[in-house]
Design a protein around this ligand. Structure first.
Ligand SMILES: NC(=O)c1ccc[n+]([C@@H]2O[C@H](COP(=O)([O-])OP(=O)(O)OC[C@H]3O[C@@H](n4cnc5c(N)ncnc54)[C@H](O)[C@@H]3O)[C@@H](O)[C@H]2O)c1
Length: 407
C-alpha cells in the first residue's frame, strides 16, 4: 500500500517530535515552518530545540528520506496544525490569539482534497476547529468531503517522545465520521487509548486540564500567603493535611509559569467572563502570588541591611518555570528577578540549566553561596537540594517560595 503523506505545519516543541514519530511509523512526512533556520537545521538531520531522544528520531527520519522540511506547505493526505496560540496581553482579560492557526489553515487550503484529514493540535479556544472549517470553505474547499478534528496535545517537555506514544488522546471531529477517521489515524502510532468525542468537547477538555492544575496551584499559593501571616509552616501544614485519605493539596510556588497553565485558563475566561469566576480568580491569585513574593523579598532585604550594615546582595536561585528544565517562558522567577533588578537591588542569579542570559548576571551556585546576604529560592532545581545550600540559607537570610530549605 502506498505510504500516506502527513504535512505537519509548525516545527516547534510539538510539531517536530510528532513529525519525527510519524516518520518512524511508516508515514512520509513533510514538515513546514516559516523559520528558514529551523527548516535548514531539520534537513541537516539536526534539531533546534532541547528534547531527549528527539535528535536520534530526526536524524534517522531525515537520513531515510521519510522527513523533509519546507518553508511552505506541500501536498499531503493528512494535515496537522501545530502552530503557537498565544494571547493578547493588553486587554483586562487576556484574549486568545488564533491568528497563527488561521494563517496556517489558509496556507494549506490550496492542497486539501476530498478524503483528506485536517487536524488541529494547537491548544485553542472552543470553536476554533469550526473556524478552521470556515477558512477552508471560504477558500473554495468542499469541507463536507474532508475530515476535520481537534486532538489536543498532553505531552510533558522532557518526556515528549515517550508520552506522544503512551498518553491517552482525545479526538473531537466536526462530524462523527471525522472523529472516527482521525481517531483511526492516531491509533496507528499511539499506544494509549484514543477517546472519541466532538470538536468543542475536545477543545474544552484541553483547557479544562490546564485550568484544573491552575486552580489547584492557586489553592496552595493562597494557603502559603495565609500561613505566612499566621506564622504557620505551609509545607508542614500541607504534608499533614495530605494525610487525610481524600485530600491531595499541591505545592505552592512563586506564581505559575510556562506557556500552558499560565495561558490556557484565559481562553476559557475570555469566552465567558461572567461565568468563569473561579478560573479567573485562580489566575489572579497565581499572578498575585508573584507580586506578594516580591514584597516578601523586599522585607528580607531591609532586615539583612540592618543586620549587615551594607546594601545586601540577593541571590535568586532558579529562573525556569519549573524544576530541572531550561524553559523560561512566562516564568514567575524571571518576573521576580526582573522586578528586583529594575528597582535597583543588587542581584545575582543562579540557573544551572542555562549557560548565559542577556538580562541577568548568572553566577555559579558556589559563587552565590560565597557572595549573597539574601537567598531567594524560586525553583526547586535538584542542584539546590543539598545540605550546604540549606545550611548557608539558614545562616543568612532566606526567602523560600518553593520548599528548598523548609519544604
Ligand atoms: N510545548 C508544549 O509542551 C505543548 C504542550 C501541549 C500543547 N502545546 C500547544 O501546541 C501548540 C504549539 O506549541 P509549541 O510549543 O510547539 O510552539 P513552538 O513555538 O515551539 O512552535 C511553533 C512553530 O510554528 C511555526 N509557525 C508559526 N506559524 C506558522 C505557519 N503559518 N506556518 C508554518 N509554521 C508556522 C513557528 O515558526 C514555530 O517554529 C501551542 O498551541 C501550544 O499551546 C504545547
Amino acid at each position: 500500500m502506498k505510504k500516506k503523506t502527513v504535512c505537519v505545519v509548525g516545527m516547534g516543541y510539538i510539531g517536530l517530535p510528532t513529525a519525527a514519530l510519524l516518520a518512524s511509523n511508516n508515514f512520509n512526512v513533510v514538515g513546514v515552518d516559516l523559520n528558514t533556520n529551523t527548516v535548514e537545521t531539520i534537513n541537516q538531520g539536526r534539531i533546534h530545540i532541547v528534547e531527549p531522544d528527539l535528535d536520534a528520531f530526526v536524524r534517522s527520519a531525515v537520513a531515510a528520506k521519510c522527513l523533509t522540511a519546507f518553508t511552505t506547505p506541500q501536498p499531503g493526505d493528512i494535515y496537522m496544525i501545530c502552530v503557537p496560540t498565544p494571547f493578547h496581553e493588553d486587554a483586562d482579560i487576556p484574549q486568545p490569539n488564533i491568528d497563527y492557526v488561521l494563517a496556517a489553515v489558509h496556507s494549506i487550503a490550496g492542497f486539501v482534497k476530498p478524503g483528506d484529514l485536517v487536524i488541529l493540535e494547537s491548544t485553542s479556544p472552543v470553536g476554533t476547529t469550526e473556524k478552521m472549517a470556515l477558512v477552508l470553505k471560504d477558500a473554495g474547499v468542499d469541507v463536507s468531503q474532508i475530515h476535520m478534528a481537534y486532538c489536543p496535545e498532553r505531552v510533558l517537555p522532557g518526556k515528549i517522545m515517550t508520552e506522544l506514544v503512551e498518553n491517552d488522546r482525545v479526538v473531537g471531529g466536526i462530524t462523527p465520521a471525522a472523529t472516527h477517521a482521525v481517531s483511526n489515524f492516531y491509533r496507528t502510532f499511539v499506544r494509549g487509548t484514543v477517546l472519541e468525542t466532538d470538536a468543542k468537547t475536545a477543545e474544552m477538555c484541553k483547557l479544562t486540564e490546564n485550568s484544573f492544575r491552575d486552580v489547584n496551584i492557586a489553592f496552595a499559593n493562597e494557603l502559603s500567603m495565609l500561613c505566612a501571616k499566621s506564622g504557620i509552616d505551609v509545607w508542614n501544614l500541607i504534608a499533614l493535611a495530605n494525610c487525610h485519605p481524600r485530600v491531595n493539596i499541591l505545592q505552592p510556588g512563586p506564581g505559575v509559569g510556562g506557556h500552558c497553565i499560565a495561558v490556557d485558563p484565559w481562553f476559557i475566561v475570555a469566552g465567558d467572563p461572567e461565568t468563569a469566576r473561579m478560573i479567573r480568580t485562580a489566575r489572579e491569585v497565581n499572578n498575585f502570588k508573584t507580586d506578594w513574593a516580591i514584597d516578601q523579598i523586599k522585607i528580607a532585604v531591609v532586615d539583612a541591611s540592618a543586620r549587615t550594615g551594607h546594601k545586601p546582595k540577593i541571590a535568586c536561585l532558579g529562573l525556569a518555570f519549573k524544576p530541572n528544565i531550561d524553559d523560561l517562558r512566562e516564568s514567575s522567577a524571571v518576573r521576580i528577578a526582573n522586578a528586583l533588578i529594575s528597582e535597583g537591588y543588587d542581584v545575582v542569579v543562579v540557573e544551572p540549566n542555562i549557560e548565559a542570559h542577556d538580562q541577568f548576571a548568572l553566577v555559579s551556585l558556589e559563587e552565590a553561596l560565597k557572595l549573597a546576604d539574601v537567598f531567594v529560592a524560586l525553583v526547586k532545581h535538584r542542584e539546590f537540594l543539598t545540605d550546604t545550600v540549606k545550611a548557608t540559607m539558614r545562616q543568612r537570610s532566606a526567602v523560600d517560595f518553593c520548599g528548598v530549605v523548609f519544604g
